[in-house]
Design a protein around this ligand. Structure first.
Ligand code: EPU
Length: 309
């Protein structure tokens, strides 16, 4: 497999048995059989066609900011789009950006151009592609709000586009099939008052710093907030679980929905705390929490004993 991949990936890079802990914000995760960073769309398409013809499983990773990768890692090919597919074009209020663009970078470009609509998303980690897949949001704003169109690639390497209304976006969810890879997205933003946008941006940054443990290794919110409008972090706090540790993994003392790796935590440690929190919330409040993070490389059924998919 390696030699065939070497023929396709000539400008990008590929690494064999690459620890995914190097590619997740948690700093956790076993190896990918092959980890590939394609240099461009041509390499990405070639790689997908090769994998499809040879029935090799493919997993796409953005910047790994919302993923728990198991300690045994991920079989097949893991494609990283962070650091690749990074172009942004601004034409008045029309903005086209590729999927590997970091969301924070896109927010700042909009801010510099005096475009309003993205400022509440400052501080949301991850790539644009990942943000669209899960309809990332913060402070009442979602990435889908100003979306016009999305261009995707399927696992056979064929391109297809969706208009905004072709996609159902919900709270931290989208109907974009998980086996499609977002290549680029188009947005339309209104022109706004730059001082006002900047002020909002500053306020959001201050609030985020005050509430969330941004200096420690985490994956942002682990659980979705329950549909009833309750906060998962507050429930975990009320259950007295903040500060619970297993090895180097800890439920943050600052925000109950952030789970921290203090250094050498394993996926197994984080998973233990996640299950503990889900079971405790079920027992104490009769509420079943759902994961917000994406889990990769776990055995089928691994999460079932805590009611998690
Ligand atoms: N709270 C507590 N104890 C805690 C945590 C929170 O009492 O340990 C209370 C807070 O005081 C507040 C309420 O719970 O009254 C809600 O907390 P917060 O404002 O921190 O918001 P959240 O619902 O926990 C959501 C998003 C965040 C987003 C913020 C700001 C989810 C799961 N989380 O957090 O998104 O940044 O609102 O809009 O929807 C993410 O998705 O990764 C993420 C960080």
């Amino acid at each position: 497999m390696d030699q065939q991949i070497a023929k396709i990936i000539t400008g990008g890079e590929y690494l064999v048995d690459e620890p995914l802990s190097r590619h997740t914000t948690w700093g956790i995760g076993g190896p990918a059989d092959v980890f590939v960073r394609p240099a461009n769309r041509r390499e990405l398409t070639g790689l997908l066609q090769f994998a499809s013809e040879n029935q090799i499983p493919v997993t796409v990773l953005g910047s790994g900011s919302n993923c728990l990768v198991s300690d045994t890692g991920v079989r097949g090919i893991v494609i990283s789009l962070a650091g690749t597919l990074k172009s942004i074009h601004l034409d008045n209020g029309d903005v086209r950006a590729e999927a590997g663009v970091m969301l924070g970078h896109l927010v700042r470009r909009c801010l510099q151009a005096g475009l309003t609509g993205m400022e509440n998303l400052i501080g949301v980690p991850g790539t644009l592609g990942g943000a669209l897949m899960m309809n990332a949001g913060a402070f009442g704003e979602e990435i889908s709000s100003h979306l016009v169109k999305v261009l995707v690639l399927n696992l056979e390497g064929e391109e297809k586009s969706y208009l905004r209304d072709d996609i159902q976006f919900g709270y931290r969810s989208s109907s974009i099939p998980p086996d499609e890879i977002i290549l680029e997205a188009e947005f339309h933003f209104e022109a706004g008052s730059r001082p006002e946008i900047l002020e909002r941006y500053k306020q959001v940054s201050i609030q985020r710093r005050a509430r969330q443990p941004l200096r420690q290794r985490s994956a942002g919110s682990v659980f979705k907030n329950p549909a009833s409008g309750l906060s998962a972090g507050k429930l975990i706090d009320q259950a007295g679980l903040k500060g619970t540790r297993r090895g180097d993994a800890e439920i943050s003392t600052q925000h109950g929905n952030f789970f921290i790796n203090h250094g050498t935590a394993m996926a197994d440690d984080i998973a233990f705390l996640i299950k503990l929190a889900a079971r405790t919330i079920k027992q104490q409040f009769d509420l079943q929490l759902e994961l917000e993070i994406r889990t990769l490389g776990f055995e089928p059924g691994f999460w079932e004993d805590a009611g998690l998919a």
